[in-house]
Write a protein that binds this ligand. Structure first.
Ligand SMILES: [Zn+2]
Length: 204
């Protein structure tokens, strides 16, 4: 093992930045050189902001959205009667909530599955928050589920699995309608399309 040189430190920084989504080698180099030339206090603030968020943000005990307390702000406002607790939009990951909330038209709540069923990647029902979704449905009077998963094979398989799993429960089931192209990823859908898709959700 050779002595670590300054170049190794820069290389290590670049390698770590490269692991972030949508950061390629060139962007990682640009960011690394930017940070090296940046005010030290500001770099420390950035590093602390990342660490503090990572260490202190947990999952909402109802919907699995990110939360600083036991409940996320959306479940909190639902508990105050400001959103419909019976209308649950099923999504894959917490960041999908940002996309759906962007236009402000949705008044229901969410359930973050934590992924989609993907046998090839070893993700089965037990890896997702399916059991707590079912408990939630049991606790509501006349729940409605809106599926807003990506329309790829894994997303479709997950919807089918869930529909089958809850078929004995009195749950109204719908999914995002028009405007969701087959094989599309939620994050590439614009606001208008998303709004239309939610408004025109189709009963299953
Ligand atoms: Zn929540």
């Amino acid at each position: 093992m050779g002595q670590q040189t300054n170049n190794d430190l820069i290389g290590n920084l670049i390698d770590n930045l490269c692991k972030l989504p949508s950061i390629g080698k060139k962007s990682a180099q640009r960011l690394a050189y930017f940070l090296l030339n940046h005010d030290e206090q500001k770099v420390e603030n950035l590093a602390n902001a990342i660490l503090n968020a990572r260490k202190n943000i947990k999952k909402c005990t109802i919907c699995y959205n990110y939360a600083e307390e036991e409940f996320c702000p959306i479940c909190l406002s639902a508990s105050q009667g400001l959103r419909q607790t019976e209308l649950i939009c099923v999504i894959e990951k917490p960041s999908d909530i940002l996309l759906l909330e962007k236009f402000g038209g949705y008044r229901g709540v969410y359930h973050v599955l934590g992924g989609t069923l993907s046998p090839l990647d070893g993700i089965g029902p037990a890896n997702l928050t399916i059991n707590s979704l079912i408990s939630r449905l049991h606790s509501l009077d006349s729940p409605e589920l809106v599926f807003a998963l990506n329309t790829n094979t894994d997303g479709e398989a997950t919807v089918m699995y869930l529909i089958n799993k809850i078929k004995s429960l009195p749950v109204k089931i719908s999914r995002l309608a028009r405007g969701m192209p087959i094989g599309s990823d939620l994050q590439y859908i614009d606001e208008i399309t998303m709004q239309k898709a939610l408004e025109n959700r189709v009963l299953l």
